[in-house]
Design a protein around this ligand. Structure first.
Ligand code: SAM
Length: 262
C-alpha cells in the first residue's frame, strides 16, 4: 500500500514479519468469551496476522488510512470478522468497557506518544483481561519493573496491583518503516480481577513525585509531616528510604494507614 506515514499519529509501521509473528504467538490462551482489540491498524501488518486466528475489533485515528483499509479489507469487513472504527481512542468514554462491551485482550503496536495513557486506561478497565503491547523500551520497563529495580515507579506498583507483567522481547528500530529513534519492547500483562481503591493512584503519584528525593519528603508535600512520621514509625520504615526502594505491598500498607486517618 502506497502511503506517506504521519509523524503526528506516531506512525511507525512494523514491517519485519518475524516480529509481527512473535507478537501474535505471545498472545495467551483466549477464553471463549474474550475478544481481540487492536489500537492503530496502520497499514494492517499486525491485523493481517491477527485475522488469521481471530475476529478483531480495531481502532484507527487516521481517516486517510481508514479509506485505504476499507478497500483492502472489504471482504472481512463485510463478513463481520473485522470491525474497523475510525476514531481517536482517547475520545471514547473511559469507563467499564472502554474498547469493547465484552471481555477483551488488547494486542497493539501502540502509538508511542499516547502509549502510557492507553495502558493506564486498559489496566483500569475491568473488561480488559490482559494485553500484549509494544512501546518504547523505557516505557515497557517502567510498567514491568519489580521491587528494587531502578525503573520501579508508580506505574510498576499500579501494574503489580492489577496483574502480572512480563517483558517479552525487544524490537530494533530497523524493523519499522519509518524507523523510530528508539528501541521498542513488547510486554504482556495478565490481569487479575482487582480494582484500584479510590485515592491509591494519587497517593502513588505523590510518593514518586520527585523520584530522587526521599519518600518521606515526597509524602510530606501532600500529607501532614507528623502524620507521615507516625506512618513511618508504625510500619518501621527508615526516614531516608527512597520511593523506588519499597515494594508494592508496602505501598498498600501505607495507603491503609492513610485511610485510617481520613
Ligand atoms: N499496527 C500497525 C503496525 O504494527 O505497523 C501500526 C502501528 S503505528 C505504531 C500506530 C498506529 O496507531 C498508527 O496507525 C496511528 O495512526 C494509530 N493511532 C495513533 N493515535 C491513535 C489514537 N489516539 N487512536 C487510534 N489510533 C491511533
Amino acid at each position: 500500500m502506497q502511503y506517506q506515514a504521519k509523524k503526528k499519529f506516531g506512525q511507525n509501521f512494523l514491517k519485519d514479519k518475524i516480529y509481527v509473528q512473535k507478537i501474535v504467538q505471545s498472545i495467551p490462551n483466549i477464553h471463549k468469551n474474550e475478544k481481540i482489540v487492536e489500537i492503530g491498524v496502520g497499514l494492517g501488518d499486525l491485523s493481517d496476522e491477527l485475522l488469521k486466528l481471530y475476529p478483531i475489533k480495531a481502532y484507527e485515528i487516521d481517516s486517510d488510512l481508514c479509506s485505504l483499509l476499507e478497500k483492502k479489507y472489504s471482504d472481512v469487513l463485510e463478513s463481520g470478522r473485522f470491525e474497523l472504527i475510525n476514531q481517536d481512542v482517547l475520545t471514547l468514554e473511559r469507563e467499564n468497557g472502554w474498547l469493547h462491551n465484552q471481555d477483551y485482550i488488547l494486542v497493539s503496536n501502540l502509538p508511542y506518544y499516547v502509549a502510557t495513557h492507553i495502558i493506564l486506561g486498559v489496566l483500569k478497565d475491568p473488561l480488559c483481561k490482559g494485553f500484549v503491547v509494544m512501546t518504547q523500551k523505557e516505557v515497557a520497563h517502567k510498567f514491568c519493573a519489580k521491587d528494587g529495580d531502578c525503573d520501579f515507579c508508580a506505574l510498576s506498583v499500579l501494574t503489580q496491583t492489577l496483574g502480572d507483567a512480563r517483558i517479552l522481547f525487544d524490537v530494533p528500530a530497523n524493523a519499522f518503516e519509518p524507523m523510530p529513534k528508539v528501541t521498542s519492547s513488547v510486554f504482556m500483562v495478565c490481569k487479575n480481577n482487582k480494582t484500584l481503591q479510590l485515592g491509591f493512584e494519587d497517593m502513588l503519584k505523590t510518593a514518586f513525585c520527585s523520584p530522587r528525593k526521599k519518600l518521606f519528603k515526597n509524602l510530606a508535600t501532600r500529607y501532614n509531616k507528623d502524620f507521615v512520621k507516625k506512618i513511618f514509625e508504625r510500619l518501621k520504615l527508615q526516614e531516608n528510604i527512597r520511593a523506588h526502594e519499597l515494594s508494592s505491598p508496602i505501598y498498600h500498607q501505607i495507603f491503609e494507614e492513610i485511610k485510617k486517618e481520613r
